[in-house]
Design a protein around this ligand. Structure first.
Ligand SMILES: Nc1ncnc2c1ncn2[C@@H]1O[C@H](COP(=O)(O)OP(=O)(O)OP(=O)(O)O)[C@@H](O)[C@H]1O
Ligand SMILES: [Mg+2]
Length: 276
């Protein structure tokens, strides 16, 4: 079971596109996947064709302690569940301001959820901020995946994000690791994209072995800019349903395969240890 928070406090870098298509792709590979929409903008929910109206339970109710995640999540495709959100979740930020232990509410809800249900992947789509919702995701996750748009300020934002991750690792969640950085909306023919990738490599290889990102990989799959990826949400479909032959589908399949290969890599030492 892997719990992955897809986060970057910068807006519009590909968090939701990556969360939804990674989740959908893993489900198509036969994994049981649940995606938690932690953004009051509810883009992941809309991308999967779910617009919450009326009294439908959402992630907000889970934060408010009114519903369990088991009551909130719903099946949206074979093997793929979604705990949807809507704009009500914006209120949670304020309502939780004075609640002790507010950073750990989601972790508690997930622990309760997983006591009765099993998934291979829990994928959390974070909002573009380092507020209480994102901190909840980092406190509940074991892995952080960072979508990054190759941009000359991208690395600047990344250091803030990594500092936050380190802080959460120290104070709230020792298990948290940055597992990977995915370059999104990549334009392979630009010098800038190559420079950002090179700077990133240099930064990661120079980092302290104790840092939670010391084992992070830069995904070798770069997600190219592809109009089909931008169109798919308005049809409420993942890229695999909307345009399975597009470059966008090929790239996210590449991301899915790399995520699955990390699973095997993580299991190998265990197998060796057992064999020995
Ligand atoms: N590879 C891509 N090619 C073309 N368009 C893309 C690609 N990835 C994402 N987009 C589009 O760019 C916009 C921003 O992407 P997305 O919503 O995934 O970013 P985000 O980081 O989740 O944004 P926010 O910070 O608002 O939550 C969306 O309209 C999305 O459809
Ligand atoms: Mg988003």
């Amino acid at each position: 079971m892997r719990k992955i928070a897809v986060m970057n406090q910068k807006g519009g870098v590909g968090k939701t596109t990556t969360s939804v298509n990674l989740a959908a792709g893993l489900a198509l590979q036969g994994k049981r996947v649940c995606i938690l929409d932690l953004d009051p903008q509810a883009h992941a929910s809309l991308h999967l064709g779910i617009e919450v109206v009326g009294e439908t339970p959402t992630v907000y109710h889970a934060f408010a302690g009114e519903k369990t995640l088991a009551q909130v999540r719903r099946l949206v495709a074979p093997q793929l569940w979604l705990a949807p959100s809507n704009i009500d979740l914006a209120a949670a930020e304020m309502e939780l301001a004075d609640t002790p232990g507010r950073e750990l509410i989601l972790r508690g809800a997930i622990d309760e959820f997983l006591a009765t249900e099993s998934y291979d992947y829990l994928i959390m789509d974070c909002p573009p901020s380092l507020g209480v919702l994102t901190i909840n995701a980092l406190s509940a996750a074991e892995e952080v995946m960072i979508p990054l748009q190759p941009h000359f300020l991208a690395l600047h934002g990344l250091s803030k994000l990594l500092e936050t991750t380190a802080l959460v690792t120290r104070r709230l969640n020792r298990k948290l690791r940055v597992s990977g950085i995915v370059l999104c909306m990549h334009e392979s023919n630009t010098r800038l994209a190559a420079d950002v990738a090179a700077d990133l490599n240099e930064f990661l290889s120079a980092s302290d072995a104790e840092a939670p990102w010391s084992q992070a990989r830069i995904f070798s799959t770069k997600v190219r800019r592809n109009i089909k990826l931008a169109e798919a949400p308005s049809y409420g479909k993942s890229i695999f349903e909307y345009a399975p032959k597009s470059p966008g589908a090929a790239d996210y399949l590449g991301v899915v395969v790399e995520v699955l290969s990390m699973e095997q890599a993580a299991q190998q030492p265990l197998q060796l240890a057992q064999a020995g």
